[in-house]
Design a protein around this ligand. Structure first.
Ligand SMILES: Nc1ncnc2c1ncn2[C@@H]1O[C@H](COP(=O)(O)OP(=O)(O)OP(=O)(O)O)[C@@H](O)[C@H]1O
Ligand SMILES: [Mg+2]
Length: 368
């Protein structure tokens, strides 16, 4: 009986969640020991709990008994490996983001506050202002960028660079767009669970040939779940802007989301708050404002977070219609387009001043 022979038996044990690779090639077999008492196989599991751990241990026992026969005593032990390197899908690194200057999340605590509307229009407004812009729709559970940009049904092409496959983003109005919606049928993405969604998302950002960009905006899903952690852990997101509506309920949620960015392990700056649906303006009376969701909420939350209120976007029928029609309002000439252009310029200046502060802090630290 040899170690090689036993390794052969172990190669019959497949990990059903890992494209059916066997436990030997997955590096789960830490040790094979042949002694007087029999065979001891030690399996190493990563610290993060593998839901199939029990199944794999059972399958390993069965494979040993099958191979060695009932008379040879065999035992399966397990160890937990602390230093399991984080697996990037397909060995993806951040090389495609090398020429991207600012990666900025567009976040909100609550759904439906107009995050995607703001992200899409901000991207268009930044491009109109002369910046090179990309937008990644990270809402893997409910992607809305394809509809809002009239790119639904188009499948991005692929290309190979240095033997690796990359996705070419769609380009329209000077913005590079990427969304899981280009690859999934409507509603299909909704059934994805935790790690799968996180991996898809990483691919959607890391496996895209973004080229040279001033801004890569990331339309984040609402809330503070696994996806958000994956985003901030694996993607060099520089900071975020928070979208809220003026009501108090939405404010409580935005604070929760802001806490996530400010938590000491994440520590990313928030560049400002965008108050959406600030007032209702009827198309026929552009000078009238009806503050149907209350007033001053965005200002209050910005003050609480100690960041600027970047912009107030009115609730106008045209913004919704433009979104549904796949022709973002920011392309136009009306007051709604002006609001998004103003947001683009206040974001650029808030970012510049935050970076200047950071540089000053670094210089102070270096001089000490
Ligand atoms: N300022 C606005 N004026 C008019 N309609 C708006 C405005 N902002 C958003 N809407 C509309 O409100 C709806 C929700 O907006 P949107 O999809 O952008 O929200 P979201 O925060 O991204 O939602 P989700 O949490 O589902 O991702 C859409 O129909 C959109 O067109
Ligand atoms: Mg959205």
């Amino acid at each position: 009986m040899t170690v090689e022979e036993i390794r052969g038996y172990l190669k019959e044990v497949r990990h059903p969640a890992r494209q059916d690779a066997d436990i030997v090639e997955l590096g789960l077999v830490e040790d094979i020991e042949i002694g007087k008492g029999g065979v001891v196989v030690t399996l190493a599991f990563p610290k993060r709990k593998d839901p199939l751990e029990k199944y794999i241990i059972g399958a390993t026992r069965a494979a040993l008994i099958r191979g060695l026969g009932k008379d040879v005593h065999s035992e399966v032990r397990t160890v937990v490996k602390d230093e399991s390197p984080r697996q990037q899908p397909q060995g993806l690194g951040t090389e495609m983001l090398a020429d991207v200057k600012h990666i900025i999340g567009v976040a909100s605590g609550k759904g439906g506050v107009g995050k995607s509307t703001v992200a899409v229009n901000l991207a268009v407004a930044l491009a109109r202002s002369g910046y090179k812009v990309g937008l990644a729709d990270a809402d893997v559970y409910g992607p809305s960028v394809p509809v809002m940009t009239g790119t639904e049904g188009i499948t991005p092409s692929g290309e190979q660079i240095d033997g690796k496959d990359y996705i070419v983003p769609l380009e329209k109005w000077g913005v590079k767009w990427m969304s899981i919606g280009y690859f999934a049928k409507r509603g299909q993405a909704l059934i994805w669970r935790g790690p799968m969604a996180s991996n898809a998302l990483k691919q959607l950002i890391l496996q895209v040939n973004w080229g040279e960009l001033d801004f890569l905006l990331i339309d984040m899903p609402p809330g503070t779940g696994d996806i958000h952690l994956a985003l901030v852990n694996d993607i060099p997101m520089q900071g975020a802007i928070m979208v809220t509506t003026p009501q108090n309920v939405a404010l409580a949620d935005v604070e929760k989301a802001a806490d996530m960015f400010r938590n000491e392990n994440i520590a990313r700056p928030i560049y400002g708050v965008v108050e959406n649906m600030s007032w209702f303006t009827p198309a026929a009376h552009p000078e009238e404002r009806y503050e149907i969701f209350g007033a001053g909420g965005g200002q209050k939350v910005a003050a609480q977070l100690g960041v600027p209120l970047l912009s107030q976007i009115p609730l106008v029928q045209g913004i919704r219609e433009a979104g549904d029609a796949g022709q973002p309002a920011a392309l136009g000439t009306g007051p709604d387009a002006a609001a998004f252009l103003a947001l683009a310029s206040s974001l650029a200046s808030s970012l510049a001043s935050s970076l200047a502060h950071q540089q000053a802090d670094n210089m102070m630290a270096n001089n000490q």
